[in-house]
Design a protein around this ligand. Sequence first.
Ligand SMILES: Nc1ncnc2c1ncn2[C@@H]1O[C@H](COP(=O)(O)OP(=O)(O)O)[C@@H](O)[C@H]1O
Ligand SMILES: [Mg+2]
Length: 385
Amino acid sequence: MLATNAVTKISDANSELNRRVALLDETLLENERSGEALQDSEKRYRRLFESAKDGILILEADTGKIVDVNPFLLHLLGYSYEAVHGRRIWELGAFKDIAASKDAFKTLQDNDYIRYEDLPLETIGGQPIAVEFVSNVYLVDQTKVIQCNIRDITARKHAEDKQMESYRKIRELNRRLAEMEEAEKRNLAAILHDDFGQNLTSLSMSLNLTKLQLNGQTEEKTVSRLDDALSMVERLGDQLHTIISDLRPTVLDNFGIFAALKWYGQQCKLRTGVDVVISGEKLENRWPLQTEIIIYRIIQEAVNNSIKHADTSCVELSVSKGKMVRFTITDKGKGFDIDKKKINFDGRLCLGLAIMQERAESIEGSLTVKSATGKGTKIILEVPI
Ligand SMILES: Nc1ncnc2c1ncn2[C@@H]1O[C@H](COP(=O)(O)OP(=O)(O)O)[C@@H](O)[C@H]1O
Ligand SMILES: [Mg+2]
């Protein structure tokens, strides 16, 4: 009986042992499998790192030491792995702008995420390149690392620079065009005044003289024709005066911008029926005439826009003086969606509005356009005194 018990116990212990061995085998197998899986995933990440078409740089966050760098970045900057690995980021000429000092590096250490849209780097040969630089700080086995992703944007920047250069040229052309237009208007005004105006005055004098020389026997028909001709000459004189003033507002030359704007407002009312109400500072100071002409043309375009597009019967124009002189042109008309009116260059507005903006900048001033559909339009022109 004792022997039977002993055999049973041994057999139980044996099967327990077998069970444990099987369990151990299974655990070992499991570990082996997860080890392989880990290796697989490491390999996959390594492949991504090696073949990425962006530069990747891994730094030790405490020391700034470069612990890893991918081939793309080495190729981009022209360094060998050995030349980079283990160095501090600020020791590499390529990064002198981001990591010139430990202070700059501290910014990377202190921020979990940083993005520089356009950072200048340099290849080992001194060739400048522009990059987008993103850094992320995270923990690997309780050690803080900084991962920097670096994208070469040199080609894109070149294209943008070229585009900006052509916008600049277009703006310069616009400015010259506006200047030429102004000179041409002045020319035409002078010709109309000196030639047409003089001849019209002579004609009027001759007609008046002829009328004086008529005697009582002249037919009534002839007298009335002469009167018709005289009043026609007078009307022509008025029309000529209006055209000349449009081309070259003499009131601007003689009395300055406030008077000229007032006169222009009256002209608008006469021609279109729209009230142009002017209020505010009379402006004793004068700018050089060329500047005043530019201010006048900008405001003229703003008022014209309100009359032409806003569908309103009143435009307000106010003048105030602080550090700058501010002209505000307001209508309560139908307004417009500024974003939709933006043309594709430089975020600038449509040609009329763009020219206003450029003219304002050409006299060191600024132009702000505020408008929304159904909410009217406000144009603010600020000019230094
Ligand atoms: N005061 C305004 N009220 C409503 N719409 C306006 C006003 N000013 C400008 N706009 C809109 O913006 C556009 C661009 O103006 P602008 O550049 O001066 O060009 P243009 O007057 O030659 O059409 C206008 O065609 C019009 O649709
Ligand atoms: Mg316009």
